[in-house]
Design a protein around this ligand. Sequence first.
Ligand code: UDP
Length: 335
Amino acid sequence: MKTILVTGGLGYIGSHTVVELINSGYEPIIVDNLSNTSIDVLNRIEQISHKKCVFYQIDVCDKVALSSVFEKHIIDSIIHFAAFKAVGESVEQPLKYYQNNIGGLITLLEVMQEKGIKNIVFSSSCTVYGEPDSSPVNELSPIKKASSPYGNTKQIGEEILTDCGFLNCVALRYFNPIGAHSTALIGELPLGVPNNLMPYITQTAIGIREQLTVFGNDYNTPDGTCIRDYIHVVDLANAHVKALKFIETHPDNLFDVFNIGTGEGYTVLDIVNMFEKENNITLKYKIGPKRAGDVEKVWADNSKAKTQLQWQANHTLVDMVKSAWKWQLALQESK
Ligand code: UDP
């Protein structure tokens, strides 16, 4: 059984990935500093998978602590999620983002090099494409200047990984993950006021927020609101399993990158309407000003992931909006 170190393994995408790793016969070792999640997620992963998980509360910037994990376990590959991800906060506190996202990556890579481990899957983002000249974007589309320090940490991260010739690395460029596990035991746990669309919608629907503000309706799109490629978090989690298998079967790969999106673009109002219709809810929302730094439209050309990773998205937008609401209801009940 292959052992996979999952940094940030109790976060939103990390927790769903740990479940899919166990389903696929891998042994995950979870490292998380709990800065943006709860220890409760560990119990919930164990409930879903009927398996005890190895967990270390460690910050990936702490080299001594991180090294000790490699002494206790024979690690085959690493999936590196641990990073800060709030775009707005990264503008306010850029050094916090460079320190954690770049510092954490470098520390991890130093330990990997010292221990002779080369396999890594890196969490990247479609934010590296900035405002693309056209969509869908493929992996050869130009990398535009990042619109935030957060986005820049993903660009720099990819560059660092490209330069590290000792690695066998796959970077996955995530589009917009939404939704939750079908058991409603794990999902997105935003602390404070959510920045992202789906948690804002579900919190408004349940009454935690008064109303959703749709950021701008005069974009050059069919209904004037921005277009994104929303992907079910479980499909995204499965892309990591496929990436590991790719690495296993391409041992001489140095660095490769894949878009992980459904290939379909939806507007903000499409998502609102679908959420209302499928969950039989009327959502309070208003149109507000544009949000600074927002890209007008972006969706994925996912053909490279389909042909080379043998990955495909199996969940529909209906699954996404329904599972997101089921998760919000379950969260409410567990309080
Ligand atoms: N959005 C919105 N209201 C919100 C949050 C997001 O209208 O309260 C819009 C945002 O302008 C973008 C889309 O929803 O067009 C997705 O935003 P999100 O922050 O979820 O992801 P991003 O694409 O910015 O990474």
